[in-house]
Design a protein around this ligand. Structure first.
Ligand code: SF4
Length: 412
């Protein structure tokens, strides 16, 4: 691990404590192109000026209006008085031996969030946070154990990408026109679909040809299963969808992913099937964290096959299974499945014709691997006390159809 010295954002215009913009000014990172066009119209400017401004910000990483040489002087003066391009203050940057880089960003009031860059041979992926903490409280997740402080704004979500892309272009000495990040996964801290209003404009900027120009297949929202918002995302901005599944039946998933009590598997799988009608990929990626003695038996693999094939009372869902080696932390009371058990589990899925991958752990020397992101969160939910467990195994209990799940537990 190489800990690098904290750095200031590339450029800072009239900052206040915590990285926000000065009172009376607007952070232009908060706008998608439509929002920026409306803002420019409010300044008496034509739409094409918004396009120019948008390209300066997102394609060139500019924060200083004086740099924006093809904008009229009068517009630059107006912008300097009313707006700023305000990134996030960086608390730390850590680089893993495998090339993974993790940034800890200050979002004010004692909260900090993390973003992780994962270089691979054929692409660069950025894992982005959507909330300071998370209210869902998944049992195996460090973020969930920290509790929830607040939603990030659109600008705070985009500032992670804005910083990472333009910092990496310089660091990697990329040629003009080359991009560092061509794949974004909303899999950092937070449940993105519980911050929907800020998420969707951020996704639009990622996809916009005048912004980052990413393919819809290369932008993935990962959800623990917020069913109504999955339906809205399908209508508003259908990017690739990953669903944190982690269990083949409601009784176990209730324990691992508490949101399951509100949106049980039958509803979740039906929402996945609906989503695929608009999705840029013809499958859903199901994430399945491998937990020793909890969800990793061959019988549970067979139950998972029945679930995704529509033989368990829920619709069939074309899918890919991504098995994730658990990164243990003491408060979870859970352990990583042995490699041979992961292999046996994967083999059951593969034998059933399901595309299955085992995620390679990246950045675990800097606590940047999946489920390890923990930032700093002023918990307003007392989640840490609720979720801390003694180090025991979860015993799978019978499914609803076997009489194990209490009925009528929809409110959650
Ligand atoms: S896995 Fe995702 S939804 Fe669950 S607690 Fe962690 S961040 Fe929240």
């Amino acid at each position: 691990m190489a800990a690098l010295a904290p750095k200031a954002p590339a450029a800072v215009a009239d900052t206040v404590a915590g990285g926000g913009v000065a009172p009376g000014r607007v952070n232009l990172l908060d706008f998608d192109l439509e929002g920026l066009a409306a803002f420019c119209e409010g300044l008496g400017e034509k739409r094409f000026r918004a396009v120019q401004l948008f390209r300066w910000i997102h394609q060139k990483g500019a924060a200083d209006f004086a740099q924006m040489s093809d904008l009229a002087r009068s517009l630059r003066d107006k912008l300097a008085g009313k707006a700023a391009v305000q990134g996030l203050q960086i608390i730390s940057e850590q680089a893993s031996a495998d090339g993974t880089i993790k940034w800890l960003f200050d979002v004010g009031a004692g909260d900090a969030v993390e973003a992780v860059f994962i270089p691979e041979a054929d692409r660069g992926t950025l894992c982005v946070s959507s909330q300071a903490g998370c209210a869902v409280g998944c049992r195996f997740c460090s973020t969930g154990h920290q509790g929830f402080s607040r939603n990030l704004s659109t600008g705070e979500i985009l500032a992670q990408l804005w910083h990472a892309e333009h910092h990496l272009r310089q660091r990697l000495k990329l040629a003009p026109g080359e991009r560092a990040i061509d794949n974004v996964v909303m899999m950092g801290m937070g449940e993105p679909l519980q911050n929907y209003g800020a998420l969707v404009p951020a996704l639009r900027v990622m996809l916009d040809d005048h912004g980052y120009g990413l393919s819809r297949r290369r932008v993935t929202v990962s959800t623990s299963g917020v069913v109504p918002m999955m339906d809205r995302l399908r209508e508003d901005c259908p990017v690739a969808l990953a669903v944190s599944l982690h269990a083949p039946d409601d009784a176990l998933r209730d324990q691992l992913v508490p949101l399951n009590r509100k949106y049980p598997l039958a509803e979740l799988m039906a929402a996945c099937e609906r989503y695929l009608q608009a999705a840029p990929r013809d499958f859903i990626t199901f994430e399945y964290c491998m937990l020793d003695g909890a969800n990793d038996s061959p019988e549970q693999a067979r139950a998972l096959v029945r679930l995704v094939n529509g033989q368990a009372g829920a619709p069939a869902v074309p899918c890919k299974l991504n098995l994730i080696p658990f990164n243990p932390f003491p408060a979870s009371g859970l352990l990583r499945s042995p490699a041979e058990r992961v292999s046996a589990f994967a083999q059951v899925l593969l034998n059933a014709g399901i595309v299955t991958t085992v995620r390679r752990t990246r950045g675990d020397d800097i606590a940047a691997a999946c489920g390890q992101l923990a930032g700093e969160v002023q918990d307003r939910t007392r989640a840490h006390q609720r979720l801390t467990r003694p180090p025991i195994r979860i015993e799978a209990v019978p499914t609803a159809r076997e009489g194990g799940r209490p009925q009528g537990r929809r409110a959650g």
